[in-house]
Design a protein around this ligand. Structure first.
Ligand code: HEM
Length: 99
């Protein structure tokens, strides 16, 4: 099991549209080899932050998807007017320790 957590912060007042786009996400990643599931979270103390957790069979599967055209196609629904806080995009990799 490999987990990637991407975090970013929306700079303007478009967070509701971004969340709506996640609710209506294209589900293309669901067919990517090694993809298991994803969860989109937003902290209650800052609704402009998005924490996106994706679960994969292994790191290679994630990297292949991340580099592929599927990544770009998967982001067509980002609202055009959305702006991010510069430098707020971060991707970190995790191992599952227990559950
Ligand atoms: C930094 C690394 C990122 C990763 C690994 C990532 C990953 C993903 C994945 C797996 C999906 C689901 C696609 C599907 O359903 O097929 C998705 C959708 C989405 N992502 Fe990201 N994302 C990242 C950054 C961002 C950033 C910076 C934004 C900025 C607003 C963003 C906005 C969205 C939105 C709005 C969707 C909903 C689907 C759509 O727009 O078509 N993501 N992302």
């Amino acid at each position: 099991m490999f987990i990637s957590i991407s975090t970013f912060t929306i700079a303007n007042d478009t967070e509701e549209s971004v969340k709506e786009a996640f609710r209506n996400r294209p589900h293309m990643v669901d067919d990517a080899p090694g993809f298991l599931k994803l969860e989109v979270l937003s902290p209650q103390d800052n609704p402009k932050e998005i924490w996106l957790k994706t679960y994969w069979q292994d790191e290679e599967s994630f990297k292949t998807w991340y580099k592929s055209h599927q990544y770009h196609d998967a982001h067509k629904g980002i609202p055009k007017e959305t702006k991010l806080v510069p430098g707020s995009v971060r991707v970190r990799y995790f191992s599952l320790v227990g559950e």
